[in-house]
Write a protein that binds this ligand. Structure first.
Ligand SMILES: [Zn+2]
Length: 134
């Protein structure tokens, strides 16, 4: 019975490595993304004085369908967020550098003609870490 369990566990691990995106650094877990239908509305950028916050909330509102496909590396999934989009449906995003960097990266990549799948890969590669907020 134990042997059978081990075999199943090993098979599951192989299955996972087969579907894991190539080129990931180590085996960092990716925060889960769940579909949010209908897409939540984001807060108005007018609610914020700081230019970076305005830009971040504008970016989220402009790219809702894309942002809803992105994992959020502040791990707000643990408090019920379904994707990066949920961070900007409340004040949460205004208090989180990670959420802001991710959404600004996504906005930049959409402007450069990238697909949601490409942006998701960039987020998983943590390209947003290189962004300077100023
Ligand atoms: Zn978040």
């Amino acid at each position: 019975m134990i042997k059978r369990f081990l075999l199943t566990a090993t098979a599951a691990m192989f299955a996972w490595s087969a579907i894991a995106p190539a080129g990931l650094a180590g085996d960092d877990p990716v925060p889960p993304v769940q579909p949010s239908v209908p897409l939540p509305q984001t807060l108005s950028p007018d609610k914020f004085d700081h230019p970076i916050l305005k830009r971040a909330y504008e970016a989220a509102g402009r790219n809702r369908a894309t942002v809803a496909q992105l994992p959020c590396y502040c791990w707000c999934s643990r408090m019920g967020h379904r994707s990066l989009l949920d961070c900007f449906a409340s004040n949460h995003g205004a208090n989180c550098d990670i959420c802001i960097k991710e959404v600004l990266l996504a906005d930049q990549m959409v402007k450069n003609g990238k697909t949601a799948a490409q942006i998701r890969q960039a987020v998983i590669h943590k390209d947003w870490e290189k962004l300077q907020l100023k």
